[in-house]
Design a protein around this ligand. Sequence first.
Ligand code: URA
Length: 235
Amino acid sequence: MRLQKYMALSGVASRRKSEEMIAEGRVKVNNKIITELGTVIDPKKDKVLVDGKKIKLESNKVYIMLNKPVGYVSTLKDEKGRKIVTDLIEGVRERIYPVGRLDADTTGLLLLTNDGDLANKLTHPSKKIQKRYIAIVEGVPNKIELDKMRKGVYIEGKKTAPAKVKIAKKYEDESILDIEIHEGRNRQVKKMCESINHPIKKLKRVSIGELELGGLLIGNWRFLNEEEMTYLKSL
Ligand code: URA
């Protein structure tokens, strides 16, 4: 890639302005001042300094919220040939991937990004980011059962962290629970409900930290807005 193009794509200045900077002797490639305008560099190997500062290609970061439907897996490939969540995101050229996972039969809020740092932050256990779920479970849990879930239940020998659990609605033979947890163990919410003998029939994630699914329709996606981006940056 020509040096001035590389500088422009790195956000230093326009191509013309970059040419001027090269001619002024302000640009070094591998610690050697270059004033030759046609110079070609290898962005993967060569080190380019402008006014002594290293520059690198600006990659466009994308942040997407999806309302995941049933039947899609939150991985980039599936050995069983099931549909994958990125099949639903059309018109985005960046190589995005899901932040954490939802089970194939779970619906709701899934974030997708190409920002590895952010993905790590959001899923790192030390951040304790609250995730809220709405679950339809069999039967109506009583106070003792709800308290068990709130205090922590054992899953594969390890106790879950305290959770917030409320009954949002009761029916004769099922109920809707509003559950908040900050851990992200495999099939955690389902296992928590199973452990009190009220298995989940349907599960939907409605928020991750301050990010809320809101009225986003199932199968639809959108880019995060300014306010949501500010929140993510604050993490
Ligand atoms: N807990 C589950 O059991 N399943 C999910 O998809 C997410 C949380």
